[in-house]
Design a protein around this ligand. Structure first.
Ligand code: PAF
Length: 296
């Protein structure tokens, strides 16, 4: 393909919107042929500062930034929030224009999963725990779409947020096991001023629920405080976390886990580094959050 084909003025409009899978592949091929380092930020849109922090890192470290904006149907189970998940492409384009992202890739589900599509990436082990127990088909959908996005974007490096800590471990395992030629970077959780982890799903919360949702970050702060003060017994940590979370009338705990940072296996005693993860439903909204406790 002639490189000049994609050197038209249209690309001065940043981010340049690509909706067609084959077109994105061709553009990415052309960029690779020019020796460009491509950074991918996979998102489901409804962008907030958490996503922007990933795109800014990509901008700083790569020649070209592609942000994918695709609400992936295969990672939602029936009855989950696929239909109501916010779709805000125009606002997303506007935000990305402010930081100079180069491409926004927003394919149609029928182009990502054409009739007859029949492949699935299943990562065992780390995908079976925690989220995997509550959303058993979720990580197959994530791994499959993420591998497709890696392939379509021809990215050298992809950026993920720590908020989806388990997702990052699942993606890393897929990369290692399948020798996928890409690097990933995990960047810290971006929080609202009061501590709530930024999430596209926060907009489902009523005013009252928004206040109650603070129990997630408060419980994690308590866990960190206890571990740093020398508490080693995970059950003692869970008891304090539970008391904080259950002080919110509409909170229901799906899980709380003090875990090994890589395998995510539960730790009964916290001897070295750990990650504390939780999923809590506040009314009808399911929120996740976590804290890495690095004790080096
Ligand atoms: O973290 C997300 O937004 C999604 O799970 C991802 C990685 C974009 C795959 O659809």
């Amino acid at each position: 393909m002639a490189e000049a084909e994609f050197n038209g003025k249209e690309e001065e409009l940043k981010p340049y919107l690509v909706v067609d899978v084959k077109e994105m592949c061709k553009r990415a091929d052309a960029l690779r042929a020019q020796g460009k380092r491509i950074g991918l930020v996979p998102t489901m849109g409804a962008l907030h500062l958490g996503h922007l922090s990933l795109a800014i890192a990509a901008k700083n470290e790569c020649d070209v930034v592609i942000v994918s904006d695709f609400v992936n149907p295969t990672q939602f189970a029936p009855g989950e929030d696929f239909d109501k998940y916010p779709r805000t492409l125009d606002a997303d384009i506007n935000l990305l224009s402010k930081i100079g992202a180069d491409y926004i890739f927003a394919p149609k589900p029928s182009d990502m999963y054409p009739e007859g599509f029949d492949a699935k990436v299943h990562v065992g082990g780390v995908s079976q725990l925690l989220e995997g127990e509550f959303r058993p088909t979720h990580f197959d959908g994530v791994a499959t779409v993420v591998l497709k996005l890696f392939n379509i974007s021809r990215a050298d490096v992809a950026y993920f947020g720590q908020k989806d800590y388990q997702q990052v471990q699942v993606v890393q395992k897929m990369i290692d096991d399948l020798n996928v030629p890409i690097q990933i970077e995990m960047l810290p959780i971006i929080r609202e001023r009061d501590g709530l982890a930024m999430s596209s799903r926060n907009q489902y919360l009523s005013n009252e629920e928004r206040k109650e949702a603070l129990v997630l970050s408060e419980a994690l702060a308590k866990a960190e405080e206890m571990i740093r003060a020398g508490e080693r017994d995970a059950n003692a940590i869970y008891a304090e976390m539970r008391a904080i979370i259950e002080s919110a009338p509409s909170a229901k705990i799906d899980y709380m886990r003090v875990a090994d940072p890589k395998s995510l296996q539960p730790l009964e005693r916290v001897a070295g580094n750990a990650v504390v993860l939780l999923a809590v439903r506040i009314g009808a909204t399911r929120l996740i959050d976590n804290k890495i406790i690095d004790r080096k």
